[in-house]
Design a protein around this ligand. Structure first.
Ligand code: ADP
Ligand code: ZN
Ligand code: ZN
Length: 727
């Protein structure tokens, strides 16, 4: 007897190959089975989606190739996982094969069954089968009242939870104890904890390991992120897929991991833009987490109903619902942030999410006081205002630490000749190359093109070429000079250090730099936004943001939201030790101290800020009230990119739901050329998400066909970005 499995394989985004290819098999293969199948001259990895016993209509049975092999020993990917992947592909307008195969570890493709068996055996030996014992919370802090209330509400919530907790309110402890409860409630339970960037906060990983490895065994906590080697990724994925890993800590890619026992998803810093993928399928891991929680919960509810309704009503499965009273089992989703995304905030306003607030800091310390420095009243040309320097000197003398935040790495964003007007433009991009003084290079931060700094102006030979503007290297240099005479309590001179993508490029260097900060060796840390995120430095009492104004007037309507979140996050690094919190301050240098954003920031009043922002969004029909997608085109010329987009817009006339969407004219991107590719985009707006989705689905084949039009000559690629973060 033969079967005709339809198999999903990795197809390039727009190859036009259908979602599934049909093969032949002697065996019936369960949906979700991993197989190797011939494709052209190659053999590729695939996932069985369906396995009917009758061939699909019109199939030439003789020409249908047999499945080459099954990956033995691996349980099939379950229905919920396939539903998640199918949803992600459809919603973000990509091929099913691309999304499904990208969610699997790349090394799985290259392993023979013998190698795979060896890996699985190695894992079993590492042996993680000790369940979390029921009963009281082991170790951990005594919860604050707010933490306890949040945890109790979490257990009762019938919808995703928005944990709105001030910086330092102890959200991590809530995640830890919610994780423990979930693991206790069911012997197979798994928990997914997502963070924006795992490398930035080794503390979090350490806390999860410390808490759960003694309870569940050495291999119970695994990480999943793009910085891992292929072998590490495979190992973590196998542990998650086979249920050996109880906790998966990961970045956005982890949302697509196979987790058969998933019972809790935590999305920490849920507002962070890095949850939105910027390449391939441009999915939002936060939004997929919410969807995934819903799918998993529906399946759990169904399972329980089946058991209850069966001819012989049986008790709940072993351990089910323990400690949860009469509640039906759920896969709970927790979105945590001190400055939630306006999308999530709005969802909570509407009652779609349950909002749980933890406004107080652990220990009762105050949030830092905001001090605005009006740059109109500072000495001309001052990068750092004298009162700020004086305040920092005082702190250092008391043995306290300071953070100085600015959003540009390198020494200066431009190098210029004042005689002829030459500037350090990148020959491949419409951007300037940044001057890095330490290694005397001009580096393009967009395409990576790097050259040594010329000794004289390349155009006129003038020797006097000078930096314009400032970056972290320069501020570090200036601060070291300005604070040269300041002494720490131990009599040693003040020490200034820098932390940004350049200083942390080498493996292990980030950990070293964080350690010098924690140990108090460093008094002032200068850096990009990576220093503002998540760190629990105990001795910081002053945080300064020195050039944030661009965020106030940027053309991107999300810029204020991002700026507010960044400044709140940064402020949250100060005064984490309650004993020092009363004296902690957040300094912001600005030319616009009257800007309303600062009024809310001064009060630490995120709800007020969100309310005004949402009112503006409502009147402009912007998300979360309206829905958007971008069609982006890359081409050899700007004209070609725009011609393709405009042709696509014309071809959209009359498609289903065309009346419900607005198509805007094609425009170049802000940085219109990168690595010699010209970039343009076209905005699509709709009042309803459903209408936008249906329109995009109808548009997709038109976009594919459009590539062969004469207008598309010179087109390199196109992509649809649904719910874009920047327009
Ligand atoms: P958040 O993530 O909300 O900014 P954290 O979870 O990092 O805050 O907690 C801030 C600090 O408070 C951490 O050092 C943490 O160990 C400590 N902490 C959390 N909960 C408690 C508690 N109930 N009792 C004492 N300390 C706590
Ligand atoms: Zn010149
Ligand atoms: Zn470049």
């Amino acid at each position: 007897m033969a079967f005709w499995p339809s198999v999903v394989v990795a197809t390039p985004a727009h190859s036009g190959v259908g979602a599934c290819l049909t093969y032949r098999s002697e065996l019936s293969l369960a949906p979700g089975t991993l197989v190797r199948v011939p494709l052209g001259a190659r053999e590729v990895l695939g996932v069985v989606w369906d396995c009917p016993a009758t061939p699909p209509e019109g199939l030439s049975e003789a020409k249908t190739k047999p499945v080459a092999g099954v990956l033995d020993g691996l349980p099939p990917l379950n229905d919920r996982w396939r539903q998640l992947v199918q949803f992600a592909a459809r919603y973000y307008q990509r091929s099913l094969g691309e999304v499904a195969l990208a969610a699997l570890p790349p090394q799985l493709r290259d392993l023979s069954n013998v190698q795979l068996a060896r890996r699985l055996k190695r894992r079993t030996k590492a042996g993680v089968d000790r369940p979390v014992p029921a009963g009281d919370v082991v170790d951990g802090h005594n919860l604050s009242d707010e933490q306890r209330r949040a945890l109790d509400a979490l257990a009762d919530a019938k919808a995703p939870v928005l944990l709105f907790g001030a910086t330092g309110s102890g959200k991590t402890e809530v995640y830890l104890q919610a994780t423990q409860r979930a693991l206790q409630a069911h012997t197979d339970a798994q928990v997914l904890v997502m963070v924006p960037e795992i490398n930035l906060t080794p503390q979090l990983e350490a806390r999860f390991r410390e808490r759960f490895e003694p309870l569940c065994g050495a291999g119970a906590v695994v990480c999943l992120h793009s910085g891992m080697t292929p072998a590490q990724r495979l190992s973590s994925w196998l542990a998650a897929h086979t249920g050996q890993a109880r906790i998966v800590l990961g970045t956005r890619m982890a949302v697509l991991a196979s987790l058969p026992g998933l019972r809790l998803i935590v999305v920490d810093e849920e507002h962070d833009p890095s949850y939105k993928s910027q390449e391939g399928a441009r999915y939002s891991a936060r939004d997929l987490a919410v969807y995934r929680g819903k799918v998993e919960t529906e399946a759990l509810v169904q399972e329980v109903e089946l058991l209850r309704a069966g001819p012989h009503p049986s008790p709940l499965p072993e351990g089910e619902g323990r400690g949860e009273g009469v509640n039906a089992p759920r896969c709970q989703v927790v979105l945590g942030s001190a400055t939630p995304s306006l999308e999530s905030w709005h969802a909570a306003d509407q009652g779609r999410y349950v909002r749980l607030a933890m406004p107080a800091r652990i220990g009762g310390g105050a949030l830092p006081r905001l001090r605005l420095v009006d740059m109109n009243h500072q000495p001309k040309g001052a990068v750092l205002a004298p009162p700020l320097i004086a305040a920092m000197a005082e702190r250092i003398a008391r043995g306290e630490q300071c953070l100085v935040l600015l959003n540009r790495r390198g020494y200066a964003p431009v190098l210029a000749c004042h005689d002829c007007g030459w500037k350090s433009s990148c020959p491949h991009c419409s951007a300037y190359r940044v001057f890095h003084k330490l290694d005397r290079t001009l580096r393009c931060h967009h395409c990576g093109f790097t050259e040594r700094v010329p000794r004289a102006c390349p155009d006129c030979g003038n020797l006097d070429i000078a930096p314009v503007g400032r970056g972290t290297e320069q501020v570090e240099e200036q601060l070291a000079a300005l604070l040269a005479d300041v002494k720490r309590p131990d009599g040693a001179p003040a020490r200034v250090a820098r932390m940004d993508a350049d200083s942390t490029r080498l493996k292990g260097s980030l950990e070293v730099q964080l350690a010098t900060m924690h140990s108090g060796e460093v008094d002032v840390l200068v850096g990009t936004q990576m220093i503002a995120k998540g760190h629990d430095f105990r001795r910081i009492t002053l945080v300064a943001s020195i050039n944030a104004d661009s965020g106030l007037f940027a053309s991107d309507y999300r810029a204020p939201e991002r700026l507010f979140a960044l400044l709140m996050q940064a402020a949250g690094r100060a005064g984490r030790d309650a004993a020092q919190s009363a004296a902690s301050e957040m300094w912001v240098q600005t030319w616009y101290p009257q800007h309303p954003l600062f009024a809310s920031l001064k009060q630490h009043d995120f709800p007020a800020f969100a309310t005004t922002q949402l009112a503006e969004r409502l009147s402009a029909g912007m998300p979360p009230y309206g829905h958007q997608a971008l069609l982006r085109a890359d081409a050899r010329t700007q004209q070609a990119a725009q011609a393709y987009l405009n042709a696509a817009a014309q071809a959209a006339v009359g498609l289903p739901h065309f009346e419900d969407v607005t198509l805007y004219p094609a425009v170049p991107l802000t940085i219109q050329r990168v690595a010699n590719v010209e970039r343009a985009q076209l905005l699509v707006e709709a009042a309803s998400r459903g209408a936008l989705q249906r329109f995009l689905s109808a548009w997709q084949p038109v976009l594919l066909a459009g590539r062969s039009l004469p207008e598309a000559r010179g087109l390199v690629r196109f992509a649809v970005d649904v719910d874009p973060l920047a327009i």
